[in-house]
Ligand binder design. Structure first.
Ligand SMILES: NC(=O)c1ccc[n+]([C@@H]2O[C@H](COP(=O)([O-])OP(=O)(O)OC[C@H]3O[C@@H](n4cnc5c(N)ncnc54)[C@H](OP(=O)(O)O)[C@@H]3O)[C@@H](O)[C@H]2O)c1
Length: 373
């Protein structure tokens, strides 16, 4: 993005912030819609979206991959009567069916996936189009140019990068400069108390290159509410209890559940729910523009909103640093199988790194389920 400096005294309001160096204003809580059309039925999804809008939380996060496209359809129907009152973000790159060209970042798929999102959302433009993951099955420059064409065609207003490491954020910023187009405005990493790895690369890179940070999973997919117990089977209606693959592969870890218990005790002494503490911690980082809530129920949405009233203290900040140091993850030897480490490609032995990490993740999930009975 050609330098448009943020005004020295931006006309911020308590209800919005600028997203990176763009002129787009967003509230500090975005409404994530990943559950809509799955465990959250359409009527409840619509009620939550409408309530959020009335409360000035007009920032919606969705993706083409959520619930096989149904989520976008539900979101589209919910916002139809007031489309421009929302900042609407969606994502592409995850597989959307069989065939090598129905995923990733080729020009063909970037354009087809976006056209399909527009149809499902029932709108003629997307406010922020994210690369969902760093799937580099085509040259990055090809994808960035395709997104720029969508912007020129009026179908996309801004673009963003989700789950991109620091060097990838830098690369896209430089490609945008080279092509004479605006830089991405947002980075969307996972960020919560039990996984602080975004602090190492993603948050500083976003800051340096002028991207706002819109982070996801502030409650570690529910673990930081303190509702999971060490060694106990999860409640059937919870995300882990429903057998959600992603939480079982990632946040539902013994170490994180133990840390959540410490957080819950500390929060209780302050008269607040653990979830309030966890969300407030994310937002107490000036490198974060907005956190994305992921409610399954209307009551959960109310709890995210209520959390914004809490004033985070220095003591609170110190507690977290004592549990998980800056830049670290709660758990030794842990890697999210969706984001494998790519820096070791052994000449002899070892095999494919992605397959190794996936196999280890499978073992860990099986171990945890067996332990929880
Ligand atoms: N870019 C990406 O790769 C990516 C990845 C994941 C998510 N996202 C986005 O980020 C959004 C939020 O992610 P997330 O869902 O993982 O967020 P999260 O806030 O960490 O977890 C949300 C889940 O925690 C549980 N929960 C929430 N409030 C609760 C409360 N008060 N009491 C008890 N349980 C509560 C609910 O699950 P249960 O009640 O069902 O257990 C809820 O669905 C998504 O909707 C999506 O838009 C993006």
């Amino acid at each position: 993005m050609t330098a448009r400096p943020i005004p020295a005294t931006p006309p911020e309001s308590p209800s919005y912030r600028y997203l990176g160096r763009s002129g787009l204003k967003v509230p500090k809580l975005a409404l994530g819609t990943m559950m809509f059309g799955g465990p959250t039925d359409e009527a409840t999804s619509h009620r939550i979206i409408s309530k959020a809008k009335d409360q000035s939380f007009f920032f919606l996060d969705t993706a083409d991959a959520y619930q096989g496209g149904l989520t976008e359809e539900i979101v589209g129907r919910a916002i139809r009567s007031d489309r421009d009152g929302f900042v609407l973000a969606t994502k592409f790159a995850n597989p959307a069916g069989a065939g090598p060209n129905r995923q990733g970042i080729s020009r063909k798929w970037v354009i087809e996936a976006t056209e399909a999102s527009l149809r499902r959302l029932g709108t003629d433009h997307i406010d922020i189009l994210y690369f969902h993951r760093a799937i580099f099955d085509a040259p990055l420059g090809e994808a960035v140019r395709a997104v720029a064409d969508l912007v020129r065609a009026g179908k996309v207003r801004y673009f963003g990068l989700s789950n991109f490491r620091g060097w990838c954020i830098a690369e896209v910023a430089h490609l945008a400069d080279q092509f004479g187009i605006d830089r991405p405005v947002a980075s969307q990493p996972l960020y919560n108390i039990v996984d602080r790895t975004a602090e190492v690369e993603q948050l500083p890179a976003a800051h340096h290159y002028g991207l706002g940070v819109v982070s996801y999973s502030p409650l570690a997919r529910g673990v930081l509410t303190g509702k999971y117990r060490p060694g106990a089977a999860p409640e059937a209606e919870s995300r882990a209890g429903r057998g959600d693959r992603r939480i079982l592969e990632t946040e539902w870890r013994a170490e994180s559940i133990g840390i959540a218990e410490s957080i819950a005790r500390h929060a209780a002494e302050r008269g607040i729910p653990a979830a309030t503490f966890a969300l407030s911690w994310v937002l107490n980082n000036s490198r974060v523009t907005a956190a994305i809530a992921g409610p399954r129920t209307e009551a959960q949405w109310d709890a995210y909103v209520a959390a914004l009233d809490y004033s985070f203290t220095a003591e609170d900040e110190a507690l977290v640093a004592s549990l998980v140091p800056d830049g670290h993850v709660s758990t030794p030897f842990y890697t999210d199988p969706s984001h494998p480490v790519e820096g070791r490609v052994p000449l002899t032995g070892g095999g494919d790194a992605t397959a190794r990490v996936a196999a280890r993740a499978q073992e860990r999930v099986a171990e945890r389920i067996a332990r929880a009975g």
